[in-house]
Write a protein that binds this ligand. Structure first.
Ligand SMILES: [Cu+2]
Length: 156
């Protein structure tokens, strides 16, 4: 670095301000993470996560994984009715929300689970971002049968 120390210090002060603003902005999310062990990033690599369904809600309904994680969803349905777990990008959810498929063959990220049944599907989350998982049977999504997977960039 050949720049003068004054200019360098100025830039550092600006950076510190920017970091402070960022921390303040996400303060709530960080606190929520600390309170919820489910939010500790999982992965990368293969990870199995049990998702329970009870009274048409997913539990847990929040997951955080490192990009490059393949989640094996073990879906356990405590309800006496059918449900499904659909995950992927927005286009996947739009297709299912408007679709008429009552049952889904076991393709990655999409699985139907029968009354008091169990099902498995796997999906690889390669890109950072927020991905939904949901049940798109009529009325279920609106009732709250959805969750979020936050995919974060690998540390370092
Ligand atoms: Cu459902």
């Amino acid at each position: 670095m050949t720049r003068g120390s004054a200019s360098r210090r100025g830039r550092l002060a600006f950076l510190a301000l920017a970091v402070t603003a960022l921390v303040t902005g996400v303060g709530y999310a960080v606190a929520a993470n600390a309170a919820n062990p489910e939010m500790v990033p999982l992965g990368p690599g293969d990870v199995t996560v049990e998702i329970d369904i009870h009274h048409s809600r997913f539990e847990p309904d929040q997951l955080t994984v490192v990009a490059g994680t393949r989640i094996r969803f073990l879906v356990v349905n405590d309800d006496p009715i059918h449900h499904e777990l659909i995950t992927g990008g927005p286009e996947v959810h739009i297709r299912h929300a408007n679709g008429t498929e009552a049952e889904h063959p076991s393709i990655p990220g999409e699985v139907t689970v029968g009354p008091n049944g169990m099902a498995i599907t796997t999906f690889t989350f390669d890109e950072s971002g927020i991905f939904e998982f949901a049940c798109h049977l009529p009325g279920h999504y609106e009732y709250g049968m959805r969750g979020e997977i936050e995919v974060v960039a690998p540390a370092g």
